[in-house]
Design a protein around this ligand. Structure first.
Ligand SMILES: *Cc1c(COP(=O)(O)O)cnc(C)c1O
Length: 387
C-alpha cells in the first residue's frame, strides 16, 4: 500500500491573511497603486525591524543586485566572488555587467561558503564578495567583513533567505549591505519584491537614483502622491520600484514575520525529530557560530548510495504521493551557459556538486500543520521502503 495524501502538499505557500487582502484592496481603491505612501511606510517599518540605517524597497532582489553592481561600478576585468550554490540571478547579473564571476565552494553540510573558501579565491582583480545566507542560516559575517575591509572591497550579502536571520545577536540587515527578496516562496512576500538594507549613506542615495530612471530626487510629493515632476535625470537609471500594492502586502507580512518564523522553526524541529532515524536522508547542519535560523527552507540530501535511488527519482516518487519538493539549488557553474561559455566542468567545486545532485527542499511554510510534516515524513519512508 502506498501512503498518499488526498490533497497535494506544496513545498511552499504564502500565508495571506484577511487583513493582507483588506490592505491591498484599500490601495486598489485609493487611486494610487504604484510607489507612494505605502512604500515609505514599508521602508520605515523594515528599518525599524532590522535596525538598518537605510531600507530601499524594490521590484525584486534581482533588480536590487543589478543596481548594486552598477552602483559599485563593476565591469570588465573585475572578479566577483560568490558561491555556485546560489540562485542563478546573482551570477547572471555579474556576467551581464561584463565582470567575471569566480565561484566559491561551500561547506558540504551547511551549504554556506566559509571565509577561508572565499579567501582562497581572492586575486588582485577581486572587486566584490557576495556571500549567501543559506536556507535561513547566516554566513560567517565578522571574518568576511574583516577580509573585505582589509582588501578594500565591498561585501554584499545575498539575504534572500534571511528575513529574520540573526548573526551574533544582530539581525541580518542591521549592519553592512544586504539584499532581501520578497518573492512568494520567501519568508515574507510582496507578490514580487525585494529590499536593500545598507548603512552606507552615499550608496543608499545612488541606489535610490538608479532604481528609478536615475532621477536625482527621491522625495515623495504629498500633493501629487509621487515624484516631484521637476525631478531630473542625473544618470541613466533603471525601473525597479515596488508598487504600493506590494508594499501594503509587505507591511502586513512584516507584522507577522516573528510569528511566521516561529512556526517555521517549530516545523523544522519536528522534521528533524521525525527524520532522525532515517539513514538515507541527511538534513543540513546548522553553523556552529552564534546565530538564529530563519528556516526559509528545510533542505535534506538524499544519500543516493544508501537509498539506492537518485534525488530526481526521490522527488518524483514524493510527487506521486502528493508531496511537493523544491531544489535549492542546482550548481550554477554546471548550467549549460556556464559550462559552455566559461568552460566549467564537474570536479571544480566538490561539495557544491555533491549537494547539487542530492539536495531537495521539503515542504515548509507557516500555515503547514504538524500533520503535514508527518505526511511528508511518512511519504519519504514509504518511498525508501519500496525501492
Ligand atoms: C530568491 C533568490 C534571489 C532572487 O530574488 P528575487 O526577488 O526573486 O529576484 C536571489 N538569491 C537567492 C539565494 C534567492 O533564493
Amino acid at each position: 500500500m502506498t501512503a498518499k495524501r488526498s490533497e497535494f502538499l506544496p513545498f511552499s505557500k504564502p500565508s495571506i491573511s484577511d487583513a493582507d487582502i483588506a490592505a491591498v484592496t484599500d490601495v486598489l481603491r485609493s487611486g494610487w497603486i504604484t510607489t507612494g505612501r505605502r512604500n515609505t511606510e514599508f521602508e520605515a517599518a523594515f528599518c525599524a525591524y532590522t535596525g538598518a540605517k537605510h531600507s530601499i524597497a524594490l521590484a525584486s532582489a534581482t533588480g536590487g543586485m543589478h543596481i548594486m553592481l552598477k552602483a559599485l561600478g563593476l565591469g570588465p576585468g573585475d572578479e566577483v566572488l560568490t558561491p555556485s550554490m546560489t540562485w542563478v540571478s546573482t551570477v547572471n547579473l555579474v556576467v551581464l555587467a561584463g565582470a567575471t564571476p569566480v565561484f566559491v565552494d561551500v561547506d558540504r553540510d551547511t551549504l554556506i561558503a566559509s571565509p577561508s573558501m572565499f579567501s582562497e579565491k581572492v586575486t588582485s582583480r577581486t572587486k566584490a564578495m557576495i556571500p549567501v545566507h543559506f536556507a535561513g542560516a547566516p554566513a560567517d559575517l565578522h571574518p568576511l567583513r574583516r577580509m573585505a575591509s582589509d582588501i578594500g572591497i565591498p561585501l554584499i550579502e545575498d539575504a534572500a533567505h534571511a528575513v529574520g536571520t540573526e548573526y551574533m545577536g544582530r539581525l541580518v540587515g542591521s549592519d553592512g549591505t544586504a539584499i532581501f527578496s520578497f518573492h512568494p516562496i520567501k519568508n515574507i512576500t510582496t507578490g514580487e519584491g525585494g529590499m536593500i538594507c545598507t548603512d552606507d549613506d552615499r550608496l543608499a542615495e545612488r541606489l535610490r537614483q538608479l532604481k528609478f530612471h536615475g532621477l536625482g530626487v527621491d522625495a515623495f510629493d504629498r500633493q501629487t502622491q509621487g515624484r516631484a515632476p521637476q525631478a531630473e535625470v542625473l544618470e541613466p537609471g533603471y525601473k525597479y520600484n515596488l508598487t504600493d500594492i506590494g508594499a501594503a502586502l509587505g507591511l502586513g507580512q512584516l507584522s507577522r514575520l516573528v510569528e511566521f518564523n516561529r512556526k517555521r522553526s517549530e516545523l523544522a524541529a519536528l522534521y528533524r525529530a521525525r527524520l532522525a532515524g532515517v539513514d538515507e536522508i541527511l538534513p543540513l547542519r546548522e553553523p556552529a557560530y552564534t546565530m538564529k535560523h530563519a528556516w526559509h527552507l528545510f533542505i535534506v540530501r538524499v544519500d543516493t548510495d544508501k537509498a539506492r535511488m537518485s534525488r530526481d527519482a526521490f522527488m518524483r516518487e514524493l510527487k506521486e504521493r502528493n508531496i511537493g519538493t523544491g531544489l535549492h539549488f542546482r550548481a550554477v557553474h554546471l548550467q549549460k551557459y556556464y559550462r559552455e561559455k566559461m568552460g566549467m566542468k564537474p570536479g571544480l567545486l566538490p561539495a557544491t556538486e555533491w549537494n547539487s545532485d542530492r539536495i531537495c527542499s521539503l515542504p515548509l511554510f507557516p500555515d503547514m500543520t504538524p500533520e503535514d510534516v508527518t505526511d511528508a515524513v511518512d511519504a519519504i519512508k514509504d518511498v525508501l521502503s519500496k525501492r
